[in-house]
Design a protein around this ligand. Structure first.
Ligand SMILES: Nc1ncnc2c1ncn2[C@@H]1O[C@H](COP(=O)(O)OP(=O)(O)OP(=O)(O)O)[C@@H](O)[C@H]1O
Ligand SMILES: [Mg+2]
Length: 300
């Protein structure tokens, strides 16, 4: 570690006390020796193995790792959309065997029904669950207000910006009152300004709702700004690399990006997901190319 970078494991007494309180909360999600492999053309490829960790109620966990390390695969198993190849995930002590209303999902791609209004999109899951139209509508209104879209409840998805669509997706996921909200790069397609607003918005929602969040991202700033702990997954071998208690104090603001704790944690995360290449190995090799410009037309 360079001398000017603080130790990412150092926590202020307030932060240490906050983590002590978090650890006393019930374990809502327990991942036990989880394995996932795919068999292609008769060959087994292990995505991850021996994945074990616990998440406490109302923790905000961000998950990072190199592309292909199995982040989406892991949360698809947690959501019950895919089966593991071994081990188990327990939700409040009960093994996950399929999808259920106790887990809500938000993906990067906009997954709203284009033919339904905002209100009808949010009502959909509630109606599927057997709520009456009146109940579903009143609950949908409440969640639409929570994400600040009251004025748009009769709009259709194509009339909304990307950030607004994701707010509807969050309202739709929360309307079923899940215990765990699972988000796979939900803000990945948004411009940086909208993304920052959505991050602040999600934190406000998380403070008001009894929800535990698993949030995948490629953006290290986002992983730090949002999380209580950051789960780092690796490749070859795939699995847990480190599960880090975020030392940056709460409440957070984008200004903390220049704080010593933030810089220290970011340096550590960067090191974990971009391990130094072995001597003589280039990460990207650029093949020799034929020149297609005329002489004298070189860029500088
Ligand atoms: N249905 C499948 N059949 C075979 N291999 C699969 C299947 N689904 C995923 N994989 C493989 O599992 C590995 C993990 O994929 P996954 O999508 O979970 O990675 P990820 O960490 O989410 O990546 P990214 O950051 O690019 O989203 C990849 O090597 C992928 O090719
Ligand atoms: Mg993915």
């Amino acid at each position: 570690m360079p001398a000017d970078v603080a130790d990412y494991t150092l926590q202020s007494p307030e932060t240490a006390a906050r983590f002590a309180r978090i650890r006393q909360r019930e374990v809502i999600l327990s991942v036990q020796n989880l394995k996932k492999s795919f068999v292609t053309n008769g060959t087994e490829r292990v995505v991850f193995d021996h994945l074990s960790f616990d998440v406490h109620r109302r923790e905000f966990i961000t998950i990072i790792g190199p592309s292909g390390c199995g982040k989406s695969t892991f949360i698809r198993i947690a959501a019950g959309l895919d089966e593991s190849s071994g081990g188990a995930i327990l939700l409040s002590g009960v093994p996950v065997t399929g999808p259920g209303p106790d887990r809500g999902m938000v993906f990067q791609g906009y997954t709203l029904f284009p033919w339904l209004s905002v209100k009808r999109n949010v009502m959909f899951g509630l109606q599927m669950k057997g709520c009456s139209d009146i109940e579903a509508e009143s609950s949908a209104r409440q969640w639409i207000a929570m994400v600040g879209l009251e004025k748009f409840e009769d709009s259709y998805p194509h009339e909304l910006s990307g950030g607004m669509k994701q707010r509807v997706a969050i309202a739709r996921a929360l309307a079923n009152e899940p215990r765990v909200l699972i988000m796979d790069e939900p803000f990945g397609a948004l411009d940086s300004q909208t993304r920052a607003k959505m991050q602040a918005h999600l934190i406000e929602i998380w403070k008001k709702v009894d929800i535990t969040i698993l949030f995948i991202t490629h953006d290290l700033d986002e992983a730090i700004l949002l999380s209580d702990r950051v789960l780092v997954l690796g490749v070859n071998p795939g699995g847990l690399v480190e599960f880090i208690e975020n030392p940056v104090p709460r409440p957070r603001s984008p200004k903390q990006i220049t704080s010593p704790e933030f810089i220290a944690l970011k340096a550590r995360l960067d090191e974990l997901i971009h391990p130094p290449q072995p001597e003589g190995e280039e990460e990207i090799t650029i093949p020799p190319m034929v020149k297609l410009t005329v002489a004298g037309d070189e860029v500088e």
